[in-house]
Design a protein around this ligand. Structure first.
Ligand code: FAD
Length: 287
């Protein structure tokens, strides 16, 4: 079977939905969204139970619909800062965008559990049925920034000696059976797992953290958008802009953002980070 659409979008995560959301509001185009997963929201459908957004809700999600509120966290390492929505809340946000904004326009078609192959061939992962969908305006590849997550990718290392090696999704269930933990990976998922174990009261001496390289982290205090925090955020942003304007080298720039603006952080002053993936943190009492 061959059908047509104006925009054929591969991937229904933040990128695909964000694009479709604006397109549906600003044009009368017909849009077809295709995703291998069973629901919109991309990797958030596979989120581990303790994941949260790492920045305040207004800085994430699609343009038409606010994702969260401006409630301030009363306790924990995020105390005093804007609440961070859970992975479940983020997934629900994306489902509501599809159900309440996009599908009611009558111009959006969503094909879950379908894979886009060879740019126009859409295959049902359940039945194997194939449909050729020809985009009249554009094929949009919204998978270029999709992250590889431990639950789905193949390990690049072997596990010996009977050690239990699990993705973060299994950590809350399995952690009570262990006293020592090795966290592998220096990105947000590794950092989340480490912070979660510390928050549960595991002593630092029971934790080993293996990272390929150190990272710069953004200071979450610098991205608070609520009215309460706005003056402080703007002041940090102004100082960061001054540092950028005056920096003579990348090293100068990073040191200035850390020392003068307070917008960049690192684990140890003795190690020069060589990675920046924009993870945001507040300084953990133990880290
Ligand atoms: C655990 C975790 C937490 C994160 N937290 C944050 C955060 O707090 N803030 C932030 O800014 N960023 C965060 N990120 C970064 C994240 O990458 C982006 O925020 C964003 O969600 C990525 O959206 P995406 O649409 O690019 O990818 P995805 O969410 O991965 O969506 C891509 C979709 O494309 C589909 N797909 C791929 N190939 C095909 C095909 N051939 N046919 C059909 N469908 C296909 C996949 O099934 C998938 O659903 C986080 C990432 C992870 C892994």
């Amino acid at each position: 079977m061959t059908t047509t659409t104006d925009y054929l979008i591969k991937g229904c995560g933040l990128m695909g939905l964000g694009f479709a959301d604006t397109l549906a509001r600003e044009t009368d185009a017909h849009i077809t969204l295709v995703d291998e997963r069973a629901a919109p929201g991309g990797h958030w459908n596979d989120a581990y139970s303790f994941v949260t957004l790492h920045q305040p809700a207004p800085l994430y999600g699609v343009a038409s619909s606010p994702l969260g509120d401006e409630v301030i966290d009363p306790q924990g390492c995020n105390a005093g800062l804007m609440r961070l929505p859970s992975g479940g809340e983020v997934a629900v946000h994306f489902r509501r965008v599809l159900q309440e904004r996009l599908l009611p326009t009558g111009r959006v078609r969503f094909l879950p559990l379908h894979r886009l192959e060879h740019d126009v061939e859409v295959v049902s992962l359940l039945t194997g049925a194939r449909e050729r969908i020809v985009p009249k305006k554009a094929l949009v590849d919204a998978t270029l920034l999709q992250p590889a997550i431990p639950l789905r990718h193949s390990r690049s290392f072997t596990v010996e000696g009977g050690a239990a090696c699990v993705p973060p999704q299994a950590l809350p269930d399995q952690a009570p059976g262990f006293r020592h933990f090795v966290i592998i990976g220096g990105g947000k998922t590794g950092l989340d797992s480490l912070s979660w174990l510390l928050d549960q009261g595991v002593a630092p001496a029971q934790l080993w953290w293996v990272v390929p390289r150190d990272a710069w982290w953004s200071n979450r205090r610098a991205v608070q958008t609520s009215a309460t925090h706005r003056a402080g955020t703007l002041s940090m942003m102004r100082r960061a802009a001054e540092v950028m304007a005056g920096a003579a080298s990348v090293q100068d720039f990073c040191e200035g953002l850390e020392r003068d603006a307070g917008t960049l952080m690192r684990l140890s002053r003795d190690v020069w980070p060589t990675m920046y993936h924009a993870a945001s943190r507040v300084r953990h009492q133990t880290l």
